[in-house]
Ligand binder design. Structure first.
Ligand SMILES: [Zn+2]
Length: 597
């Protein structure tokens, strides 16, 4: 089979280079390959061989930045085939899907913009003011991106060639006794920056530290991503185990404190894939949502369990005048392949959000939202992000807090009354909290907000927050006496803010243009690492502009950054792409000989 494909490939290119085939572009070459393979396999077998054709094209043209190419290489061909069979009418469209702009006859469903109906009667805009001191306050712990690896093993290779290191690479092979001799960088006792996730004992050490030192906590928010980055090994069983395990673990350290989780993209099986109800029942997410509703008993009102079990969202009136909304925004995830079939408000989560916000507005209540993926992230769909943006703008007086994660970096995002104009009114600020996992570039961290409430006239706005981190360099060097350190006691003091208002944050972006000290502080806090811990400095204008632009974008547009002169390099994370599993998965799948010629 492999030989046959290689021969065909050779044939195609030989013909192309000899000019016998009018291959004027890669697109034409792609179509020629599809025609030839289709001819080889015959019309009837084409569909079951689409996987093979797709892999062959991805390999032949070295397509690595295409989600489809990255996705089909994983072990979830069943789901992929279902989606492909729904969106491809002709085999040639496969070339359009894979070659994107280079191959015209495929309309990419993910590039479409769709519109929710936004309710009218918007009340007059009331700017968020700095909260006066002296009233009672709430304290809320925000954890995100736990990514716990139950198989983290100190001493194992930290520089492996899969997306998940610091653990046995093949669970079926017994660990060889003197494996350490060949290890380039041994995994640290408490974790490792790079392609390694959170050891379970790091999580419990953190929870114990918080329980010992934080004092009164009124509630906890966990904005998604519980499991490790071993995406090729995801199953509903392992995921359900981790939902239960981590919910119980957190509950055991804070038995009297409610915890509000949001669904992260890594909760999906396959990763990022949360199947909406328009798919066949066997793909539905009942197993995940049911496990969540069982594991989160007591934290979620009983009358919300039905919603949670349907689409992973819920609302709870947590104080007089404050509602917590947990929004599952993996329904707006670009790598959620089910959305290739239809991305228009899958399972009605955004309509549900509108209804919830309208209800809160009618009651005069304020709303906090806990969710996972920020709208400007490369994994966010622009159609979903823009609708979310417009909904929040409509209810901007009601929504006073948004608590996200996913990026692993700690950062903030501005929202403007015109989503495409940074000179329009800044009316909201979205927090992306620091991850617990060190995965890619970070030291583990957590955040505690001080929030205005509960008293008559509570604004429920964030007043300030503090942040704590775990220095992996010094703690791994002194593993029997580890400590969590305060990164800063007050975000307001750290950044010279008078309060946590959109205006203050918008001005902070302006100040960071010229204030090196302020920018560097923001930059290093984002990673919880200084240049002394191996973080490269961001010293030129292009690098700085990338971070400033990032803070203005809560959806994908460069119109918000036209004043940033001198060019721009957007911050990149060093998360490994799923394609790192290419060879192994491919060999495994081809071994099944699904496509016999
Ligand atoms: Zn995530």
């Amino acid at each position: 089979m492999i030989m046959r494909l290689m021969l065909l490939g050779f044939l195609v290119f030989s013909l192309a280079f000899q000019g016998a085939v009018a291959a004027t572009s890669e697109c034409e070459e792609c179509k020629t390959i599809v025609d030839l393979l289709q001819f080889e396999w015959g019309e009837k077998k084409t569909e079951e061989c689409v996987m093979e054709i797709a892999v062959f094209i991805c390999e032949t043209f070295h397509i690595e930045d295409n989600d489809v190419c990255n996705f089909i290489i994983s072990d979830f061909s069943d789901e992929f085939m279902y989606v492909i069979s729904k969106i491809l009418v002709t085999p040639h469209q496969l070339c359009g899907l894979l070659m994107k702009n280079n191959c015209g006859d495929f309309v990419d469903p993910l590039a479409t913009i769709w519109n929710m109906t936004i309710p009218g009667n918007q009340p007059a805009y009331v700017p968020k003011q700095i909260v006066p001191a002296g009233n009672p306050t709430l304290r809320a712990l925000h954890l995100t991106d736990l990514h716990v690896d139950m198989f983290y093993t100190p001493g194992m290779e930290a520089q492996c060639d899969t997306p998940q290191c610091c653990r046995p690479q093949d669970m079926n092979v017994e660990i060889v006794e003197n494996y350490q001799s060949a290890v380039k960088e041994p995994a640290g006792p408490w974790g490792n920056v790079g392609s390694c996730d959170t050891p379970y004992w790091l999580l419990t050490n953190m929870l114990q530290h918080i329980a010992n030192t934080a004092g009164q906590l009124d509630y906890v928010m966990v904005s998604g991503d519980l499991v490790s980055h071993t995406v090729w090994a995801y199953t509903p069983e392992t995921h359900s185990f981790m939902v239960r395990n981590l919910s119980d673990t957190i509950r055991s350290y804070f038995p009297n404190t409610p915890v509000y989780f949001a669904v992260g993209n890594h909760e999906g099986v396959p990763v990022d894939n949360i199947a909406p109800h328009f798919t066949p029942k066997k793909y539905h997410m009942d197993w995940l949502y049911k496990t969540m509703s069982d594991s989160w008993k007591g934290w979620i009102p009983e009358d919300q369990e039905k919603t949670l079990e349907y689409n992973g969202c819920y609302m709870k009136k947590i104080y007089d005048g404050l509602r917590m909304i947990s929004l599952n925004n993996v329904y707006g995830d670009r790598i959620n392949f089910w959305l290739y079939i239809n991305q228009t408000d899958p399972d009605g989560t955004l309509q549900w959000l509108i209804n919830q916000l309208q209800d809160a507005e009618n009651a005069g209540d304020k709303v906090h939202i806990v969710a996972h993926i920020p709208g400007s992230d490369s994994e966010a769909l622009e159609g979903y992000a823009l609708n979310y943006y417009k909904i929040i703008n409509r209810f901007t007086n009601t929504v006073v807090g948004q608590f996200f994660g996913h990026t692993h970096s700690e950062q903030f995002y501005m929202m403007y009354s015109n989503p495409d104009d940074y000179k329009s009114t800044p009316n909201n600020v979205v927090y992306s909290a620091p991850s617990v996992t060190p995965y890619s570039d970070f030291f583990p961290a957590y955040r505690i907000y001080t929030i205005d409430g509960v008293h008559s006239g509570s604004t429920y706005q964030v007043i300030d927050y503090e942040e704590w981190y775990f220095n992996l360099t010094s703690n791994n060097a002194n593993p029997t006496n580890v400590k969590w350190e305060q990164l800063y006691k007050s975000a307001n003091a750290e950044y010279g803010l008078k309060g946590q208002t959109p205006d203050e944050y918008n001005q902070m972006i302006e100040r960071m243009k010229t204030n090196d000290d302020l920018f560097n502080r923001y930059y290093e806090n984002r990673y919880r690492r200084t240049i002394y811990d191996g973080r490269a400095p961001c010293s030129d204008q292009q690098c700085r502009n990338g971070y400033l632009c990032d803070a203005r974008q809560f959806h994908q547009t460069n119109q918000l950054c036209t004043d940033l002169e001198g060019g721009m390099i957007k911050p990149k994370d060093s998360k490994k792409k799923y394609s790192a599993r290419f060879v192994t998965s491919q060999e495994k799948r081809r071994g099944k000989e699904e496509c016999k010629i």
